[in-house]
Design a protein around this ligand. Structure first.
Ligand code: LLP
Length: 436
């Protein structure tokens, strides 16, 4: 049994790639490719590892749904005791539908609408994180108009560089997130005057795929200092939301040990006596999922062979969007260690639809199954139907069982969403004449 991906639940057994005890080829034959596949065992293990690192802290773990909002995935974590971090009414509805109790849900995000706020308040969720004064004032208006009180955490921008990809770094002064930490006291002072607002929390999230703990240390220190200042000014602070961001292995990265992360939390904010909220996404789902695809053709490129697969950038956007690396392995265990460089691309008519350039690969041929690793986070959730390609389905495996947890839509489902204005029927001549 060999482990070709940074995930213990996806292994070669008898020369074939398995998800737990199910051969991926069997799922492919049943569901067709491309499809996402999640290991329930890996999801639960990731959650338990995260939770056990935090056992000595007063911690609530709110899974960041943005990383993977499939109902089956949310339900898995809910059964483990997780709450949810949501960023839209849609995600809030998903969390509730999957069985997450409202009192374990926090609502983050830089731009909530009045309708979303109203829905969140009516639902009775635990906390709404606000990121600006105008948002705080709108929330006050919405809450007081319904006779409700919103429990609020103010998200600060601590001006810390998370040293991750520019597009997912969120805690630098120039980033759009949070409120400048220097203005936190003024915002708490305003919050105290506003009806329908009970501001007793501070939130921070400096970025995603962090591989180094130092930025956390710096950010949490600043938050601790800010809390002491708030208290000295007479405000009550009972909860801290420390965001998500812990990185995973895509290639050969060494993510921080969760115990070391927990130690930094304990050292920086552990003595403040606050309830702590964590919002991990990627660390819980990233390596519990893969994307399976079939090789359509191997064509001769100008510089090297080009492997055209039936998955594309609409199914897994991260390589096109961030230049992200995903391991690519074959469904059949390679007979030897021999590799040759190839580009791996999807069928979409743009050069950005490239999963890998000059990647050493074992020999592959048309019809072979290939798998993209570490695709459980920000994979299916970021997929689209660009090029009128059907939205990629999702499958969950548990032991020797598997189930489709999001089906592939039909072409009728997709095309049926459009409609043609009724005046086209009323004026057929005009259309026929070219709308002169
Ligand atoms: N909390 C907040 C407020 C966030 O903005 C995020 C992620 C998280 C928690 C969860 O972070 P995680 O533990 O997953 O790193 N699409 C990008 C990642 C975007 C992350 C956005 N915020 C990617 O594919 O890498």
């Amino acid at each position: 049994m060999t482990q070709p991906l940074p995930a213990p639940d996806f292994t070669y057994r008898g020369g074939e790639l398995f998800a737990e005890a199910v051969p991926l080829a069997r799922i492919a034959a049943d569901v067709g490719t491309p499809f996402y596949c999640y290991s329930e065992t890996a999801l639960r293990r990731n959650y338990r590892d995260f939770a056990s690192a935090l056992t000595n802290l007063p911690a609530s773990i709110c899974f960041a749904l943005k990383a993977n909002s499939n109902q089956a995935v949310i339900r898995t974590f809910a059964q483990e005791g997780a709450g949810a971090d949501v960023v839209s009414e849609g995600e809030l509805r998903r969390a509730l539908a999957a069985g997450v109790p409202p009192e374990r849900i926090v609502f983050s995000g830089v731009g909530k609408t009045a309708e979303e706020m109203a829905f969140a308040l009516d639902t009775g969720i635990a906390q709404i994180n606000i990121e600006s004064e105008p948002e705080l004032r709108l929330l006050s208006a919405v809450a007081s108009s319904r006779g409700a009180t919103a429990r609020v955490a103010v998200r600060v921008n601590p001006d810390v560089d998370a040293a991750t990809h520019h597009k997912i770094s969120t805690g630098r002064k120039q980033d759009k997130f949070g409120i400048d930490i220097a203005r936190l006291g003024a915002v708490f002072a305003e919050a105290a005057t506003l009806p329908g607002i009970e501001a007793t929390g501070v939130a921070v999230h400096i970025g995603s795929q962090l591989l180094n703990l130092e930025p956390y240390h710096a950010a949490f220190e600043r938050v601790a200092e800010a809390v002491r200042e708030l208290r000295a000014a007479g405000f009550t602070v009972t909860s801290l939301d420390l965001g998500g961001g812990v990185g995973i292995t895509y290639r050969d990265e060494a993510p921080p040990a969760l115990d070391d992360y927990a130690a930094i939390v304990a050292e920086t904010v552990g003595t403040l006596g606050c309830e702590l909220v964590f919002e991990p996404g990627r660390a819980l789902v990233g390596n519990a999922g893969l994307l399976a695809s079939t090789v359509l053709f191997v064509k001769q490129g100008g510089e090297r062979p080009i492997v055209v697969v039936d998955a594309a950038m609409n199914d897994l956007k991260r390589p096109a969007m961030y230049g992200a690396y995903h391991a690519i392995v074959t469904g059949r265990e390679p007979a030897s260690a021999e590799t040759a460089e190839a580009d791996v691309v999807g069928p979409i008519c743009e050069t950005g639809d490239t999963f890998a350039t000059a990647r050493p690969l074992p020999p592959v041929a048309s019809g072979d199954l290939v798998v993209f690793g570490s695709a459980g986070a920000y994979g299916a959730v970021m997929s689209s139907s660009y090029n009128t390609r059907r939205l990629v389905p999702e499958v969950m495996v548990s032991g020797d069982r598997f189930a489709v947890v999001r089906k592939r839509p039909t072409f009728e489902d997709m095309i049926g969403m459009d409609s043609i204005p009724d005046w086209f029927d009323a004026e057929p001549d005009r259309i026929a004449r070219g709308a002169a």
